[in-house]
Design a protein around this ligand. Sequence first.
Ligand code: FES
Length: 81
Amino acid sequence: MGQSHNIEICLGSSCFSRGNREVVHIIKEYLRKNHLDDKVMLRGARCMNHCSEGPVIIINGKTFFSIDTQDIEKILERELA
Ligand code: FES
C-alpha cells in the first residue's frame, strides 16, 4: 500500500510568515496522532504565486487559500477521509 494522499504546503516567505510556519507543525502532529504518516506524502513547496490569498496549501490537487490554524484540522479530516 503506497501513499494515497498528497499535501503540498507553501513555504514561500509570505505564506510561511502568515501562518504556514504553524500549519506545517499542526499537519505533522495531526498525521502522527491519526497514524496517517505512511498514507500521506507531505511536501514543502516554493511560492505558488498566490501570496495575497495565502497561506496556501494543496491537498490532492485541490488548492486551499487563506488557511487558518483554526480550520486546518477540519480540512484535513474532510480531505483525508
Ligand atoms: S509565498 Fe505562498 S503563494 Fe507566495
